[in-house]
Design a protein. Structure first.
Length: 359
C-alpha cells in the first residue's frame, strides 16, 4: 500500500455517505457541518477541513471526526488523518461508522510518517520541557515513534537553570521514520551579583534631600536670629543711645530757638525736620543718633524673632522622622530623641531668644 494513491474510489464515496450518518445536534455545529459539505463539493478541501474541525470543536462526534480524517487524507496530512480516525473510534457507537474508521485507520498505519524524540536518562533533568513546534511533548511520548504529517519541525528543550536547546528536522510526507535526540542541557553560568549602594541609615528613601535642605535653612535662620538678637542686646546695653532726660538738659540753640522736649513717639518725624534745618545743632545730632540706634535695635529684634520662629518648623520636620543613632538609648530603655527649642525673651530693656538643642 506504500505507493497507493491517497484516496481510493471507495473512500471518495464515503464523503457522500458519512454526512448522512453524522449530524451535529446544535444549530451552530450543524451550520458549520453543512458549510463544510458545500466547500467540499466546491473542491475547497482545506477550507472544508477547517469547517469540519470547527463543527467538531462545538459538538464532538464520531461522524464529524471521520470527515476530518477524510479531508486530511486528501490534503496528504496522513498523521492528522490517522489521529482523527483514532479519535472517532474512541467515541463511535454506530457499527457502520466504526467500520469506516477502522478501515481507514488500518489503511494509513503502514503509510504514515513517524517522528521519534529520544531523551536519554541523563538528559531528563528536573523541570525538563520538550516541545515540537511549540507544543509540549509529554514524557510518555519520549523515545516512541509518533505519527506526524510531513514537513519541518522545530524540536526544543529547556529547563530552569539550563540553556535552551533546539534543532530543526525534516519529515517526508509518507513512510518516513525520522528521529532526533535531545542532548543533556548545559547549565547556565551563575549571574554575577549586582552590587547596590546601601541606603543611608535612618533615612527613608527619597526624603534625604528635603531634610538636608530643611536643616540647612533652619540652622541658617538660627544663625540669623542669634546675630540679630545679639546686636539688639548690644545696642540696648552698651550702644550709643543716650537717655532722653540727658538730651533735655542740653542748651537751647539760640539760632533756631527750638525746644528739645521730644518723646520717642515723634522722634523720627520731629528729629528729621530739625536735622534738615540745623545740622550742626548738638542736641539735634544727639537725637539723630538716638533715634537711628533705636530703630536699628527694633529691626534687629524683629528680624531675630522672625528668624527664630521660622527655624522651628523647618528643624522640626527635618528631624521628626529620624530616630536616634544606633545604640544611644535613655535610662528608661527608649531611644533618645533630637529636640530643638527656640524661646523668645522680651524684657523691659530689650529682647532676645534662648536656643536649646538636645541631641
Amino acid at each position: 500500500m506504500r505507493g497507493a494513491p491517497v484516496l481510493s474510489i471507495a473512500a471518495i464515496g464515503l464523503f457522500v455517505m458519512v454526512p448522512l450518518l453524522a449530524h451535529a445536534q446544535s444549530d451552530e455545529a450543524d451550520r458549520r457541518f453543512k458549510e463544510a459539505e458545500a466547500l467540499l463539493a466546491a473542491g475547497k478541501v482545506a477550507e472544508a477541513c477547517d469547517a469540519f474541525e470547527a463543527s467538531n470543536r462545538i459538538e464532538p462526534s464520531a461522524g464529524t471526526l471521520i470527515n476530518v480524517g477524510l479531508c486530511k487524507e486528501k490534503l496528504g496530512k496522513l498523521g492528522s488523518a490517522l489521529a482523527a480516525y483514532r479519535a472517532a473510534l474512541e467515541r463511535v457507537k454506530d457499527p457502520k461508522k466504526k467500520a469506516i474508521a477502522t478501515e481507514r485507520a488500518a489503511a494509513l498505519e503502514p503509510r504514515v510518517s513517524r517522528l521519534r524524540i529520544a531523551v536519554a536518562a541523563e538528559a531528563r533533568v528536573e523541570g525538563l520541557a520538550v516541545t515540537r513546534d511549540g507544543e509540549r511533548v509529554e514524557a510518555d511520548d519520549y523515545d516512541r515513534p509518533v505519527p506526524v504529517d510531513g514537513g519541518s519541525y522545530e524540536i526544543a528543550a529547556s529547563a530552569p537553570g539550563y540553556r535552551k536547546w533546539s534543532t530543526t528536522i525534516e519529515v517526508r510526507p509518507e513512510g518516513d521514520k525520522a528521529s532526533v535526540e535531545v542532548p543533556k542541557l548545559v547549565e547556565k553560568e551563575p549571574a554575577a551579583p549586582v552590587e547596590t549602594a546601601p541606603a543611608p541609615r535612618d533615612q527613608p528613601a527619597g526624603k534625604g534631600t528635603h531634610r538636608t535642605a530643611f536643616k540647612a535653612t533652619g540652622y541658617g535662620l538660627v544663625g540669623v536670629a542669634f546675630v540679630s538678637m545679639s546686636y539688639a542686646m548690644y545696642l540696648t546695653v552698651a550702644g550709643p543711645i543716650p537717655a532722653y532726660e540727658d538730651l533735655r538738659s542740653q542748651p537751647i540753640n539760640p539760632d533756631t530757638n527750638m525746644e528739645t522736649q521730644v518723646t520717642s513717639d515723634d522722634c523720627g518725624a520731629t528729629l528729621g525736620r530739625r536735622v534738615r534745618e540745623v545740622k550742626d545743632n548738638p542736641v539735634n545730632v544727639a537725637y539723630d543718633h538716638a533715634c537711628n540706634a533705636s530703630r536699628t535695635r527694633m529691626i534687629a529684634a524683629v528680624v531675630g524673632l522672625i528668624s527664630g520662629a521660622a527655624s522651628i518648623p523647618l528643624l522640626y520636620f527635618a528631624y521628626r522622622s529620624e530616630g536616634a543613632p544606633a545604640g544611644k538609648q535613655s535610662v528608661g530603655g527608649r531611644r533618645a530623641r533630637r529636640e530643638l527649642a527656640v524661646t523668645p525673651v522680651i524684657g523691659p530693656t530689650g529682647a532676645g531668644a534662648i536656643v536649646r538643642l538636645a541631641w
